[in-house]
Design a protein. Sequence first.
Length: 134
Amino acid sequence: REHDEILLAAVDLTLRRDKILMNGDARALKAIHVPGSPSMARDSEILALLKRNQLKLESLQTSMEHVSVMAVGSNGSAFVEASSTQSGYRYVDGVGKVVFAAKDAARQPVRIELRRDKKNWKIWDVGSMPDGQP
């Protein structure tokens, strides 16, 4: 049962992250990231860069397959592994002109470290897996 909760949290947090980045809402990062975490620092930096350059992120969609819980720590941490794919996305300026467009990314293995913050799971860090995993 706990594994199901962790898997659902990982997928939910990933989907919410896409929306937060596209909305440019730096305050909403607190809802999905552990304060002071490496992942929050990265996403805060992305949003600051977008704001500084008056850009907006569009069409970001992350999908995950082969999601599994690899470990659950006694200290309120959990490690989830998955195959992740990001859709093509684009940065647009204030009038909607595309400044940069990325193609669909190839599927890549990722490891997500979650930590329980009070009652909810939140993202601590996300990283690539070594070649050949999972």
